[in-house]
Design a protein around this ligand. Structure first.
Ligand SMILES: Cc1ncc(COP(=O)(O)O)c(C=O)c1O
Length: 385
């Protein structure tokens, strides 16, 4: 029998794959599907970004530099300056990534030192599952911390026992948070940076939803200095570029250098023509406001629906997720399945995002507005039946 990596052998199927399978069964049976599952919006990528991609193709397409083109890094620095008022050196404090997902998976390989006892990665749960899987494949200890409405979905590492704190190599935070949509207040983020510096921890801040909001703009951890900090940004959600695979890391020059030494070992970088599209995307903010205006309209429809149904929910003004309590104390998995079978509406059970998701589920505001209206009408009818 060929051997299999033990972490892979024991890993449950990637949760979204299960949702995709159930969806496919309906599509194959010619039944309607309203897909509020994966966070992959259907609103088109702005035309100027598509044009930059097409214009970026050269007659010879050579291996890209893993660090990213100087133009991409300059555009990223320009974005950080405009958006958060921070000045970073594009040569030493910014590195390109193939979207956040791969960087999240890879970072433990750069910073875990199992032999010296710095073997632990702390991450939010429920949360994006890759914080945990990257750690496990790397042989590290994955330590999830529960985020709940009671703690305002804030991960407070200073409350962990000293034995855990001493072993932390990487601390993950993700605000605005998937799946709860929670934001983090300034005072909390300030305490977090102080904690990471005192304890010598690499603070990794996944900020891929920082530009998806209404009302006041969420802040970045970069606003509190870069020491011990890596922030991850992505074109995926901000600019509707999930399939392009481009983002960047920004922060402490020493940490960026360590990651950059690891990076060429893990594969080749984002293709040049994609980086040209990403350069255009980071250089423009107007398209982000237009996309946010659409998300706000969709969010308003769901807010009205959940309020009318008296379903408690979170995610009122950031990310494109709504995180709701399943009515009647039912488990998320059975509720989402019944909803799908009866109406074709795809939602994701809370437990797919880890411990703490029990009795909850997530709606991603990805279908176009008209489909959101149609789906809500069906959901309302089903709830009343
Ligand atoms: C919290 C979070 N981080 C990272 C990602 C990965 O985004 P990408 O790799 O497309 O940049 C996602 C995608 O859904 C996410 O929800």
């Amino acid at each position: 029998m060929p051997s299999v990596h033990p972490v892979l052998r024991n890993l449950p199927e990637y949760p979204i794959v299960r949702v995709e399978r159930a969806k496919r069964e309906r599509l194959d049976a010619d039944l309607a599907v309203f897909d509020f599952g994966t966070g992959d919006p259907l609103d088109p990528t702005p035309g100027f970004i598509q044009d930059a991609l097409r214009d970026g193709v050269e007659s010879v397409c050579r291996y890209p530099n893993p660090r990213g083109t100087p133009e991409l890094r300059a555009a990223a620095a320009g974005y950080l300056q405009r958006r958060f008022g921070v000045e970073l050196d594009p040569a030493t404090q910014i590195a390109s990534s193939r979207g956040s997902k791969e960087a999240i998976f890879h970072l433990p390989f750069a910073f875990l030192d199992v032999a010296s006892g710095r073997d632990t990665v702390v991450f939010p749960t429920p949360g994006y599952t890759v914080y945990e899987s990257g750690t496990r494949f790397c042989g590290g200890v994955a330590h999830g911390v529960a985020l709940t409405p009671e703690n305002d979905f804030l991960l407070e590492p200073w409350t962990l026992p000293r034995e855990v704190r001493e072993r932390i190599a990487i601390l993950w935070v993700n605000y605005p948070h998937n799946p709860s949509g929670a934001r983090a207040p300034r005072s909390y983020l300030e305490s977090l940076t102080a904690f990471a510096r005192e304890e010598g921890i690499v603070l990794c801040s996944d900020e891929c939803y920082v530009d998806v909001f209404e009302g006041e703009a969420p802040i970045s951890l970069l606003e509190f200095g870069t020491e011990n900090l890596i922030t991850l940004f992505s074109c995926s959600k901000r600019s509707g570029m999930t399939g392009y695979r481009s983002g960047f890391l920004a922060g402490d020059a020493n940490l960026i250098e360590t990651y950059s030494r690891l990076r060429p070992n893990l594969g080749v970088a984002t293709p040049l023509f994609v980086e040209r599209a990403a350069t255009a995307a980071w250089s423009d903010d107007a398209h982000v406001s237009s996309r946010n205006a659409i998300f706000s309209q969709k969010r308003a429809l769901f807010r009205e629906f959940f309020d009318a149904e008296e379903i408690p929910y979170w995610g009122r003004d950031a990310t494109f997720f709504l995180w709701f309590r399943v009515p009647g104390g039912e488990e998320g998995e059975s509720y989402c399945r019944r909803l799908l079978d009866a109406t074709g509406i795809v939602t994701i059970p809370g437990t797919y995002f880890g411990a703490g998701g029990e009795g909850l589920a997530r709606v991603a505001l990805v279908p176009p507005l008209e489909e959101c209206r149609a789906a809500i009408a069906l959901w309302r009818e089903w709830a009343a039946s």
